[in-house]
Design a protein around this ligand. Structure first.
Ligand SMILES: [Zn+2]
Length: 82
């Protein structure tokens, strides 16, 4: 599959209900709800690779799981036009 963040090859760790956890060799393990993925597709946007990786790093440094919600993506301006 294609990494949602950097578009390199990644693999799905799990998909429980509406939440995806994926692993990318560039981005590490990250999780996001399906509504974020659908929002990106519906609005023809993508996640900014550098800002999203920095956001994930800041979360793990704060002992938080590397999850990105739609609210996070909006709040931290992680999305950009594809
Ligand atoms: Zn990636």
């Amino acid at each position: 599959m294609t990494c949602v963040i950097c578009e390199s090859h990644d693999r799905e760790i799990s998909c429980v209900g509406q939440f995806w956890v994926r692993q990318c060799k560039e981005c590490g393990i990250y999780g996001m709800p399906r509504d974020l993925v659908e929002h990106l597709e519906a609005t023809d946007q993508r996640l900014n690779t550098e800002r999203t990786k920095a956001f994930l790093l800041s979360r793990t440094q704060n002992q938080q799981p590397p999850w990105i919600t739609l609210e996070d993506a909006e709040h931290h301006f992680l999305m950009e036009q594809a």
